[in-house]
Design a protein around this ligand. Structure first.
Ligand code: IMP
Length: 199
């Protein structure tokens, strides 16, 4: 019997991506079955802090096993910005299109387009927190391309690829993306624990 795992995120795209990758290991639940009226706080100075904060919020409120994700895009020529501010780069309210346009504007005339997506996952289970990081290197293209995905997907082209994330299907993106890479580490961890329990 697969254990239940709550996803500590209110982002529908992330629920979709994470659920498709975790369904063999867990019965995956989003937060709709828990009574949450407020936004999960995200006030840390780093992705690691935010990821831990989200997992802790759900763990302390509901005492359930959960997985939180905090991700961001780091652009080399912008000293790692938007980074932890990726969701609100262009200010409040969150707006993916405005964020992407501001990033392209801030890179006008800059030759170095190197960037990376990073994800930090935090798993809470049995009173302990465990974090896992995944990244993918790539570059920011000159103009948006594609209509899949979300966020900065239309302007991020992973290294060794011809297409942006937004020109890939979800399953193509999941084979190489930051979130999938962090999840692979998480799943290896789960498998190890299971092996120990079986011995
Ligand atoms: P958070 O992890 O919910 O704080 O997300 C941070 C922001 O990073 C999102 O709102 C997106 O703008 C961006 N982001 C994170 N992961 C991705 C991705 O896979 N594709 C595109 N943008 C992403």
């Amino acid at each position: 019997m697969r254990p239940i795992l709550y996803l500590a995120t209110q982002n529908k795209h992330k629920v979709e991506e994470l659920s498709s990758l975790l369904q063999d290991h867990f019965i995956v639940r989003d937060l709709s079955t828990l009574a949450i009226t407020e936004e999960i706080p995200e006030t840390g100075a780093t992705l690691v802090e935010n990821s831990l904060q989200k997992a802790r919020f759900i763990a302390e409120k509901f005492q359930v096993s959960c997985l939180a994700d905090d991700s961001g895009l780091e652009v080399e020529a912008l000293a790692g910005a938007p980074g932890v501010n990726s969701a609100r780069y262009a200010g409040e309210p969150k707006n993916d299109q405005a964020n992407l346009e501001l990033l392209l504007k801030n890179l006008v005339g800059i030759a170095n387009r190197r960037a990376r997506f990073v994800t930090v996952l935090t798993y809470f289970h049995d009173g302990a927190f465990h974090s896992f990081e995944g990244e993918i290197q790539g570059e920011i293209v000159e103009a948006p391309r594609g209509s899949q995905g979300f966020g900065y997907d239309p302007i991020f082209k992973p290294e060794n690829q011809d297409r942006t994330f937004a020109e890939m299907t979800l399953s193509e993106k999941n084979q190489i993306a930051h979130r999938a890479r962090a999840l692979e580490k998480f799943i290896n961890f789960i498998d190890e624990i299971q092996k120990c329990a079986d011995e």
